[in-house]
Design a protein around this ligand. Structure first.
Ligand code: PMP
Length: 378
């Protein structure tokens, strides 16, 4: 089976696994145990990983809060900030991941108001439209860096600059960016930023929230109460192997970024070309010139994406978005671009990764061509 679903998740890089192993075995201590060598060793591994991650992200080590992933980081950022703010309005975009949109929905049920800024056909939000949505009561703007379904890059630095001029804080769900785009909190200019290790060849179940250190400090209401780890923002015994693995994974992603971007862009372009040959009515979703190199989301207009995926048993790809397949309805992202429900339901997302080879891309394209032939004939 050819795997072209790297936006859903990635395999753990062997070097990441090697780095993690000692944290499962000899250094198994609880990083909060302050009275013996086992605890000190675990705490030292966490400190080292925190320093590495902070350096790679342009942050200070104290500004990172380890979480179980981006879902938790997004929830902590959005709910945590809202629940400790006197303001009552949040601005986000129509194409965010459910971990942002559903967190906002839950705040709406608590009495907050939420504006979801629409995006045009390009799949890129207009910073001016974000500014138009701001009110005196806006406490936060949350905009993703890279869309998980279509791969479009959002103008986060410009959004942050304009929002800060108006005294509004900015959160960025950067989950899909590492390995595809530089992630530097200074250059992005954001106050809060979420990551999840398994999207960049790290382990599942670990992520982080960057919280800018400022005066007066940003106040976040924790989601989890307990032992007071992570400065009281995230109680619970630290996932030492996961944290060590995430640091190694980000290191490798940054080191490979330039070369892999070029390589994957060429493969992605080749895939697009072959698919167009096989299906001339192919519609690409989102502006191709504003995308990360690994993602290709295309509608096979007139076909059913589910049926197409079902007729590709040797190809691992997603109809629209893996995260949304538990609820089989048209992708909210594709609808936001102005696609009809039928066009949205005919879409497949191909996402390439570091292990993807030219042979795999050729073979995948041939499989799709064959499946399309069968479906259009029948
Ligand atoms: N945000 C984005 C943009 C994502 O792609 C994902 C994963 N699909 C998440 C958040 C959630 O990440 P996790 O499931 O690791 O918590």
């Amino acid at each position: 089976v050819i795997y072209l679903d790297y936006n859903a998740t990635t395999p753990v890089d062997p070097q990441v696994l090697q780095a993690m192993l000692p944290a499962f075995t000899e250094h198994f201590g609880n990083a909060s145990s302050r009275t013996h060598a086992y605890g000190w060793a675990a705490a030292a591994l966490v400190d080292q990983a925190r320093t590495t991650l902070a350096k790679l992200l342009g942050a200070n080590p104290e500004e990172l809060v380890f979480t179980s992933g981006a879902t938790e980081a997004n929830n902590l950022a959005i709910k945590g900030l809202a629940r400790s703010s006197r303001k009552r309005h949040i601005v986000t975009t129509a194409i965010e991941h459910p971990a942002v949109l559903e967190a906002c929905d839950s705040l709406q049920r608590e009495g907050f108001t939420v504006t979801r800024v629409p995006v045009g056909k390009s799949g890129v939000v207009d910073p001016e439209a974000v500014v138009q949505a701001l009110t005196d009561d806006t406490l936060l703007v949350s905009v993703m860096l890279v869309n998980n379904e279509i791969g479009t890059i959002q103008p986060v630095p410009e959004v942050a600059r304009l929002c800060h001029q108006r005294g509004v804080l900015v959160h960025c769900d950067a989950t899909q960016a590492p390995g595809k785009l530089e992630v530097n909190v200074q250059k992005l200019g954001v106050d809060l930023l979420s990551l999840s290790a398994h999207k960049f060849y790290g382990p599942k179940g670990v992520g982080l929230l960057y919280v800018r250190r400022q005066k007066p400090p940003l106040r976040l209401e924790p989601l989890l109460h307990g032992g007071g780890q992570e400065g009281g923002l995230r109680s619970g015994t630290l996932n030492v192997p996961g944290i060590v693995g995430m640091a190694k994974a980000l290191e490798l992603s940054v080191a490979n970024l330039e070369e892999e971007s070029k390589r994957q862009a060429a493969l992605r372009d080749r895939l697009r070309e072959k698919l167009l040959e096989a299906f001339p009515r192919l519609l690409e979703n989102g502006d191709a010139s504003q995308k990360v190199p690994n993602t290709l989301n295309v509608s096979f207009v007139g076909l059913d994406g589910g049926a197409l995926v079902a007729s590709l048993p040797r190809l691992a790809v997603s109809p629209a978005s893996a995260c949304a397949t538990a609820k089989p309805k048209p992708s909210h992202v594709l609808l936001a671009l102005g696609r009809t429900p039928a066009e949205a339901n005919s879409a497949l997302r191909f996402s390439l990764g570091r292990p993807t080879t030219e042979e795999e891309v050729e073979e995948a394209a041939a499989m799709v061509a064959e499946a399309v032939r069968k479906l259009t004939r029948g």
